[in-house]
Design a protein around this ligand. Sequence first.
Ligand code: ATP
Ligand code: MG
Length: 568
Amino acid sequence: MNTTGDTTREEGKKNLNFIETMVENDLKEGRNGKRVHTRFPPEPNGYLHIGHAKAICLDFGLAQRYGGKCNLRFDDTNPVKEDTEYVDSIMEDIHWLGFDWEDRLYYASDYFGQLWNFAVDLIKKGLAYVDDQPAEVISRQKGTPTQPGTESPYRTRSTAENLDLFERMNQGEFEEGSRVLRAKIDMTSPNMHMRDPIIYRIINHPHHRTGSAWKVYPMYDFAHGQCDYFEGITHSWCTLEFEVHRPLYDWFIDQLKDSDYRPRQTEFNRLNLTYTVMSKRKLLQLVKENYVNGWDDPRMPTLCGLRRRGYTPESIKSFIDKIGYTKFEAVNDVALLESAVRDDLNIRAPRVSTVLDPVKLIVTNYPEGQIELMEAVNNPEDESMGSHEIAFTQELFIEREDFMENPPKKYFRMTPGQEVRLKNAYIVKCTGCEKNETTGKIEKIYCEYDPQTRSGMPEANRKVKGTLHWVSTAHSLEAEVRLYDRLFCVENPNEDKDIDFRSLLNPDSLKILKNCRVEQELAKAKVSDKFQFQRLGYFSVDPDSEKEGRLIFNRIVPLKDSWSKTVK
Ligand code: ATP
Ligand code: MG
């Protein structure tokens, strides 16, 4: 194994976070034979969300950086909620982020036999017993953080009876919920998790991997730490809510271990995002109740949703890197994620011209039937991306909102008597408009171009305050554009437990524009290709495009900084 690894951070990043510091110390002290072995342990009961990406970047990312390994382990201890659909999607999402578990794909269910044997050992040592009481009674006897619990009347059962009952629980002899196996620890412990926790329960539901081989299933708390141990995990990172479970995990390992080695658990703060929910239960509810169009709805914080929306793995990783890992819970501003994708696409996405709400602009002094191919730079941030051609003709489309007949002062866009620049083409002066006689809606705008101001000519440098984007009516294509807004109306839909989170959904989170026009260059666009629509934002080709054989774009984020500033 490569134990030297690359123990230095990339340049420009000076501070180690507390977990990195810990790993570096462990390596310096030669702990675990200088091994760094982590795992990412999702429960296959939903799709991964951006919060999971934070755990993935740590588990896989740090293992990679320190020359270690990271296992993928599905914590499939609850057959009722789990499914292979989730298993497949989780693997796809981890790969998409750029990580790989090589040949180390495991399932907690791989260890059901070992866990069973361990439970039997605990019984034999007098450290576990079968409790016949219903769940409510067991829960009532747990006490409160300030009041000790009450011991179960079954706590003193003989080893022989416990072994017999546990075996029969697994033979399917008893009803679900009628008996459980509990660890015998301490009903007066100040840590509620140590008060004789349930470690096995009866579940009559086939498991997605083990079928109906088992009738009893280990609790997550009884599986997680031991699986880490079985796999030789050195660093077990999880979110803060598991801190109080740690003494229990350690207690189990104390009963199990036969050497000095033990996995070390360290907790970090969860990723929470403003204007969304992150709990898998709630996300599932949004999907099941059709508040969104599936797990990959581009408004969802799921990785497949973000991917479909057009987010890049790089932008997600850069966002996670920025928010960092601490011991303090916080809600992260979604604007930070948006700025990360803007930064990423700013350097990568070609600029194209598209009109979302088209109105005709007629250049009256431009020869009818003439076509000029104008040069459009693909990305001013990166010359190597070259340029493409855009056709200029007498009839164009511009954005309806870029024209005003009677504008307020300091209006720099199209208005009668005023000059504006048409990006990459000419300076034009508006001469008037034509309205629908009954509705008053503007149907055509007229202008004259100045032939001396073609882009690149000296006169083109004439000072004009507004620059507008446009497409040729004849040389553009129809497209559908889907605009997304926040999924929820409030920053933190989880804040008030008495309010149903579904009532806080933003009714205007999806707006579909059917009659948009995009420049011909986009005929070549493939699913997931990303573009900057000039002055409008970053957009990605939706998979429906391929399915339906027409152009459909998702808006990833609107633009913040661009030359549109001069006109807005
Ligand atoms: P939920 O509570 O919504 O069901 P979970 O935490 O139980 O989610 P798991 O599949 O068990 O989901 O999570 C796998 C790993 O990802 C765990 O180590 C967990 O700590 C981590 N994780 C889950 N949510 C977040 C989050 N929001 N931020 C950071 N890490 C997370
Ligand atoms: Mg969990």
